[in-house]
Design a protein around this ligand. Structure first.
Ligand SMILES: *[C@@H]1O[C@H](CO)[C@@H](O)[C@H](O)[C@H]1NC(C)=O
Length: 343
C-alpha cells in the first residue's frame, strides 16, 4: 500500500531526519514520534546510529522467542534500560502498514517494543498498523448485519460484477479462487497455505470499496447468504473435519508476527462499547471491518457461521478448554456477540 502514497513517504523521510537530528541533539522525542513512522525505517535509522543500535539489539534479545522467557533480575534491568532509552528514539510510536513489503520484519520491530515481558513499560494503548488514509466511502456501503436493508437489487451480485470490472480486484480474486479450489497432489484436497496467502493478498491489496462490498453485502435469503459464506472458499481456507480448540488456534496465531498483529488490531478497532452510538469504542466501524478482513487467511480466519444469519466467527470451539474455558469463551464472544462488529 505504500506505493499509493509516494509523496507522503518523502515527507515522512524528511520529517524522520528532522526528528532524528532533534533527538540526537538531546531534545526529547516522545512528542515527535506519534506521526506515522514505520518501524522498518525507524529500525534502519536506529541500526545506523552507534548509540541506538546496541540498545535495539539488546531489546531484541530480551524479547526473543515468544517473549515469555523469565529474565533474571540483572537481565531484566538491562532490558528495561534499553527499552527506556529507545523510547526517546523514532522507534517509539512506530507502526507498520498492512500488506507492506517486509511486513513481518517491520512487525518484529514493533513487537520488540510491545512485548508482554516488558509490559510495565509499554506506555499507551497502541496498535501495530497505521490507520488507513484513503476515503471511507465503503463504510456507507458495507454492513455485516444489514438484513433490515431490503433492497430490490442484489447487492452481492452487483459487488461481484463491480469486482470483475476492476482490474486489481478481478485479478487477485481469480488468483485466490484458483489457489483455493485447485487440488494439490501433495497436500490432499487443497493447498491451504497457498489459498490463505492468496486470500491475504486479496484483502490487503484490493481497496475495501470492493472487498467489503463482496464480503459484507446484505442478504435476505439463504441462497445469497450461502454464496456470501462461500466467498472466501471455507472448505479450503479454514474448514476441517473437526473444530480445533480456539485457544490452541490463538496460540499458533500469536507465535506469528503477522497473525498476532492482525488480532491485536482487530481487538483495538472492534472493541465494543455500550456507551457509543456505533457500538464501537473507537467510533470507526470502517476500521473495524478492515481489521476483520485482516484476519482472513490467518489461523483464526473468521467467516459467516451459517447461511441463515449474519453471525461470524472463527472455525474453532471451546469444548475441551479445561480451566481456560472462560478465556476461550471471551475470545469467541469477541466475534459472536460483539456490538461493534454487528451493529
Ligand atoms: C444452507 O446450509 C445448509 C446446511 O449447511 C445446507 O444444507 C443448505 O444447502 C444451504 N443452503 C443453500 C441455499 O445453499
Amino acid at each position: 500500500m505504500s506505493a499509493h502514497f509516494p509523496s507522503n513517504r518523502n515527507i515522512l523521510d524528511v520529517l524522520g531526519i528532522i526528528f532524528l537530528s532533534l533527538c540526537l541533539a538531546g531534545v526529547p522525542c516522545l512528542a515527535l514520534s506519534a506521526g506515522g513512522r514505520d518501524c522498518l525505517r525507524a529500525g534502519d535509522t536506529c541500526s545506523s546510529d552507534d548509540t541506538c543500535s546496541p540498545r535495539l539489539r539488546t531489546l531484541r534479545q530480551c524479547v526473543a522467542g515468544d517473549g515469555s522467557v523469565k529474565l533474571g533480575p540483572g537481565a531484566r534491568n538491562q532490558c528495561e534500560n534499553a527499552m527506556t532509552a529507545l523510547l526517546s528514539t523514532p522507534l517509539h510510536g512506530c507502526q507498520c502498514k498492512r500488506g507492506m513489503k517486509k511486513e513481518k520484519n517491520c512487525l518484529s520491530i514493533y513487537w520488540s517494543l510491545h512485548q508482554s515481558v516488558l509490559h510495565g513499560l509499554s506506555l499507551v494503548e497502541s496498535y501495530p498498523y497505521e490507520p488507513e488514509e484513503r476515503g471511507s466511502d465503503y463504510v456507507r456501503l458495507a454492513s455485516i448485519a444489514a438484513e433490515s436493508e431490503v433492497t430490490t437489487v442484489n447487492r452481492c451480485l452487483d459487488a461481484a460484477k463491480a469486482c470483475n470490472i476492476d482490474e486489481t480486484c478481478q485479478k487477485l480474486r481469480t488468483e485466490y479462487v484458483s489457489a483455493c479450489i485447485q487440488p494439490s497432489a501433495r497436500s490432499g484436497p487443497c493447498n491451504r497455505p497457498k489459498c490463505n496467502k492468496a486470500l491475504r493478498k486479496f484483502f490487503d491489496r484490493v481497496p475495501p470499496d470492493y472487498t467489503h462490498e463482496l464480503l459484507f453485502c446484505p442478504c435476505t435469503d439463504t441462497a445469497c447468504a450461502e454464496r456470501r459464506r462461500q466467498t472466501i472458499v471455507p472448505s479450503c481456507s479454514y474448514e476441517d473435519k473437526e473444530k480445533p480448540n480456539c485457544l490452541a488456534q490463538l496460540r499458533i496465531c500469536k507465535a506469528d508476527y503477522v497473525c498476532r498483529s492482525r488480532w491485536a488490531q482487530f481487538q483495538y478497532d472492534c472493541q465494543p462499547s455500550e456507551q457509543s452510538a456505533s457500538g464501537c469504542k473507537q467510533e470507526n466501524y470502517g476500521a473495524c471491518l478492515l481489521a476483520y478482513t485482516g484476519l482472513i487467511g490467518s489461523t483464526i480466519t473468521p467467516n459467516y457461521l451459517d447461511n441463515s444469519t449474519s453471525n461470524v466467527g472463527p472455525w474453532c470451539s471451546c469444548a475441551a478448554s479445561g480451566n481456560h474455558r472462560e478465556q476461550c469463551n471471551d475470545f469467541l464472544t469477541f466475534f459472536h456477540d460483539n456490538i461493534c462488529l454487528s451493529e
